[in-house]
Design a binder for this molecule. Sequence first.
Ligand code: SIN
Ligand code: FE2
Length: 202
Amino acid sequence: MIFLLNSLDKNYQTKIIKDLSKIISKSPFFTPTLPRFNNPFKIKISNAGKWGWVSNVNGYQYVREHPITNKKWPKIPKSLLFLWQKHCCKINLPDSCLINLYSFPNSSLGIHQDKNEKDLTNPVLSISLGSNAIFRYGENKNKLNEICLKSGAICMLKGSSRLYYHGVKKIQKVKKNIIDTCDFDCFPKDCRINITLRKFEF
Ligand code: SIN
Ligand code: FE2
């Protein structure tokens, strides 16, 4: 797994947060539920791009439309496509952008692999914004490493780490949360946002 811990400066983070607020105004956050048992995740999500990742009683899926508004997902903003082109690939662009919202203090995300994509040789790029995440990752589920992901960090699942297990143990609030500074009603105080760019189709 590749970590670029201080990758994005404050201006770039602010630009992304503005772009996200536009996405959320058209495509509001909703709470996904776990396959089979249908209990709610401890995060909310939304998406941009041709394919949005959702989870419900039927399983994990990539879908074309928001499950509540039934509208197509908004476009992936240029600010995010640029980061993919810089760190992953110039030509092959992502067709999916998952936005995870972690509210402080009760959000977390279970240990999982990203493996619903059709071609697992394409990388996954994720961006952390706002509060800190205590992030766990590793090749072996029973032997995980822990790292603190701060606002502006980029992580990539690429090459031999593409199928690494990972999850978020907890959220730690920070003194000056950049999302709060931007002052958008759609993001709760002290939250963390994680953006995941992926290519679902071939
Ligand atoms: C995810 O694996 O979907 C998100 C990881 C994170 O929030 O850092
Ligand atoms: Fe993941």
